[in-house]
Design a protein around this ligand. Sequence first.
Ligand SMILES: [Zn+2]
Length: 229
Amino acid sequence: MYLLKALESLFFPNCCAGCGRQLNFAKQSICLNCLAILPDTNFVSQPENPIEKIFAGRLPLAAAYSQFYFTRSSAIQSIIHQLKYKGNKQSGIDMGKLMGLAIKDSGRFSNIDFLIPLPLFPEKEKIRGYNQAEILCQGIAEVLQIPVERNLVLRTRATATQTHKNRLERWQNVHEVFAVADPQKPEGKKLLLVDDVITTGATLEACGNSILSVCNAELYIASLAFAMQ
Ligand SMILES: [Zn+2]
């Protein structure tokens, strides 16, 4: 059996999602070196942080944060690429766990009732095979012991690509494309919306406002990374 494992690691080495170096432990997805240098924002425990400022006046939030700064040609870019395009779900679960620990420590996101992954358009999810935000939710849920509601919010039509659009165009582009399947369920609850990367926040804004248009809920937002404009 060990020989089989040894052969397997020879032909299918378990590599770090951040730097590509071979890992020594089967269950690990990111090496300690990469974990140590990931650019933490520390927004989680910081009120009025840049993420909360993005949504100010656009979507009422109890608290919001991104775990890391998105930097180019870096471990975090590679991890997100692995999660979105290479089927590396374990890296997403591990990043989610890390977010769960930060959220737990902060005390600003207490008593959340449900985790809601920002839904992808169904066609896109079918092609990818999964929703990366849902993978992050799995990791967060493991730490916080909160249920993930994957079918509560639905994306009702495709949107054109967001690239080369300004903030207003992006907002119009994604406006009213989300629907809440069962508005009774989130009524009076605290919901944590989760996404992989926040850039302008337009999609999360549209999703959050769609939820608030059908029920009274308290919204929180968490993302793995923040890509500054
Ligand atoms: Zn690494």
